[in-house]
Design a protein around this ligand. Sequence first.
Ligand code: IMP
Length: 422
Amino acid sequence: MEKGKVDALLGIVFGDEGKGKVVDFFTPRYDVVARFAGGPNAGHTIIFGGKKFVLRSIPSGIFNDGALNVIGNGCVIAPDLFMQEAQELEAAGYTLTDRLHISRRAHLILPTHRLLDRAYEAAKGKDKVGTTGKGIGPTYSDKATRVGLRVGDILENFPEKYARLKARHEQILRDLGFTDYDIAGEEARWMQGVEYMKQFPLTDTEVEINRLLAEGKSVLAEGAQGSLLDIDHGTYPFVSSSSTTVGGVCTGLGVAPQRIGHVYGIFKAYSTRVGSGPFPVELFDETGDRLRDIGHEYGAVTGRNRRCGWIDLVALKYAIMINGVTDLVMMKSDVLDTFASIRVCTAYRKGGEVTDTMPYDTEGWEAVYEELPGWQTPLTALRDEADFPAPFRAYIDYLERELQTPIKIVSVSPDREATILR
Ligand code: IMP
């Protein structure tokens, strides 16, 4: 952490890297914690004070008294879900209103955006993306089409603006033959959410953040989703609709590139993916089931089974390059404790072609593996690197050598003390 800088904490594969576990290590060090992209498609599970919370839109700094929390202009926000999330935190004793600022430039997810999400998915048939159904894609589409509603819109002539956009959506839904819905109840709750939001400072957060940086304050940009779900750099079209990589920090918060300090890249000791799309390391066998069971790989937002496989160096190298990752954070190492040997995907093969760089179209590629010995001993009680079993140390050394980036933090159990700094 450096004064006057923005550090980024990014999941660098397909999301669900376990950011929630390390945020209580990271967030107390920063004056500001900011979300820069995405919306309620994210689900950071955080255990705080012995209670479990799933944060969707609200930054994790909300648990630290001192921190200012910001929902930046690059985010999309669903007022009803935001209200529910905020009220759960308030019921647990956290005060929010003076510590959570929302960008006036962030876009609003309407109930009809969620219908459009479902309608577009249904229309895609077997090519569906497997979205979270939260209306993310349609909201960012409206932003790009320049018809979207922003948070600042709720303060002036909102009913008319809302009615206009809703009518536009209803027309598209009719064109798609998607007419069997009733959103009256949902809409009423959404409008309550709009009113609820008005008690929060709805500000020009980019100006605030830059002022605080100029005063020497530190900012943590808290990522959501993962680098391979980035609209530009992910496995398009099986991606989310925002810039989840470090470039998204600059546009999604309004900070200049030279303000970026450390880029922490979080990954798991193995791979997972939710939703459709290419995933060359996916295991359909008993090993995949074992990784899922031991790692509890079920989605925080949708509850869906996550697809599982061995670690993928092709994907990691690409994400490290795109993000300029300075420090790696390896999560859930203990999930591999019982495996006699551990595989590492070092390249992809299609027909006679082998590549170790991310191909344009990752469909149809199969993983090429190297095999390393497993440690077959529980890591969970370890708190000191000196006690790591030799094969685990060798796994870390191997990854650092291949990825050319230091692994600065290793997590060996869900306990917060089991976050080992190196
Ligand atoms: P959307 O973001 O709801 O449009 O979903 C697009 C794709 O991103 C789908 O494959 C989702 O499963 C995936 N996705 C979106 N948010 C997350 C996340 O926070 N973690 C993991 N996958 C996500």
